[in-house]
Design a protein around this ligand. Structure first.
Ligand SMILES: [Zn+2]
Ligand SMILES: [Zn+2]
Length: 367
């Protein structure tokens, strides 16, 4: 068990009741760390130890993260030098039936963003090189086509001969072949498209809650690569994406029912979040442009994290205050009034300012 988790459970045991709360190391540590910051000048340090904690209420926030790992392939129409011999790479058989996912598909594991395959697919058509009009040769760039010429240096006349021999060099566009093969320059990237939702009705701001580490209480992954690849070879259609999502939705709900019931207050909450996600996702395949931009769903992940959030009421020097302790790291958030007094931090700052002023004064007097 990690320290944070231990502290969290200690915090939970202390929570719930009204009146004076049992000491909670998590809350005390969090308050001490927060009030110890030098830049909170008027906040008394060691507040966790000095204050009387009156109540701790666990607000049990759940953060749901769902996302799909997607492959994105895009293609640019291009042409490469062609030597007239047999072409060894991929060739598009029929452009009306083709899809970029027919070739070189080696899906990465996991959910990390990755650069994928890059390759060329021939469209089976050739044309003369525009640069050299199919000659394969262009004017020599060293001699400008002169081959032989003379240069005057003082009284001497020097004869120059270019190594090109005929005033020409191989064309850079077609590598001297004079012909170009038309095709697609295909590049691939893989990325995780994540959405987050929450089950929480307390006052802690959403951005703080969503950005906090907690304890993973449910995880489900669905790999669809095999099925999807088989369908992708025929061209992955928007209806197939919808069908895949329907199946995944059912699987995910039954997994949630069987494994999360004991860990969550109410599995209906998770069901609601899952349903909301599936209602909200756009169909990325519907936006595909054949042979130009094509998205392929690879796998899906759903996670529920229990982020500890505790509302704390405490008393300091006869006055009541409140704050929130949240996340595994025990960060503190407050709204409204905080204890404010003359602290050692303020003393140190005033001392430093005073010393600087004194030095300036002495320097002025010495002149
Ligand atoms: Zn030359
Ligand atoms: Zn050329």
């Amino acid at each position: 068990m990690s320290d944070a988790q231990y502290a969290y459970e200690q915090g939970l045991q202390a929570g719930g009741g009204q009146g004076l709360a049992a000491p909670s190391p998590r809350i005390v540590d969090a308050m001490n760390k927060w009030s110890g910051s030098f830049f909170k000048l008027t906040l008394p340090s060691g507040l966790g130890t000095k204050a009387t904690i009156k109540s701790i209420e666990d607000e049990g926030a759940k953060v749901l993260s769902m996302g799909m790992y997607l492959g994105h392939r895009s293609a640019n129409v291009t042409a490469v030098p062609y030597d007239g011999a047999r072409y060894e790479g991929h060739t598009m058989k029929d452009e009306s039936e083709g899809t970029l996912w027919m070739y070189n598909t080696d899906l990465p594991d996991g959910f990390a963003p990755a650069a994928g395959e890059r390759f060329f697919v021939s469209l089976g058509k050739t044309h003369k090189c525009h640069q050299c009009r199919g000659q394969g040769r262009v004017r020599c760039s060293s001699c400008g086509g002169r081959v032989r010429w003379t240069e005057r240096r003082g009284d001497n006349i020097i004869e120059k001969v270019c190594s090109c021999g005929d005033g020409k060099q191989n064309c850079g566009s077609c590598a001297g072949f004079g012909e170009m093969l038309q095709g697609l320059d295909v590049s691939t990237k893989y990325f995780f498209d994540e959405r987050k939702d929450k089950e929480y009705s307390g006052r802690l701001p959403e951005n703080l809650l969503m950005g906090s580490a907690g304890n993973l209480i449910f995880q489900h992954t669905a790999d669809f690569e095999r099925r999807v690849i088989a369908e992708a070879i025929d061209g992955f259609e928007p209806e197939e994406f919808d069908r895949l999502m329907r199946d995944t939705h059912h699987q995910l709900k039954s997994a949630a029912t069987s494994s999360v019931g004991d860990k969550m207050v109410n599995p209906q909450i998770l069901h609601g979040l899952i349903d909301g996600y599936f209602r909200g996702i756009p169909n990325p395949v519907a936006a595909n442009k054949r042979l130009a931009e094509e998205i392929l769903p690879v796998r899906m992940k759903c996670e529920v994290t229990d982020v500890p959030v505790q509302a704390v009421k405490y008393e300091y020097k006869g006055k009541d205050y409140s704050l929130y302790v949240y996340g595994n790291s025990g960060a503190v958030w407050t709204e409204g009034e905080k204890p404010s007094e003359f602290t050692w931090k303020l003393g140190v700052l005033l001392g430093v300012i005073g010393a600087i002023l004194l030095l300036i004064l002495i320097a002025a007097l010495v002149k």
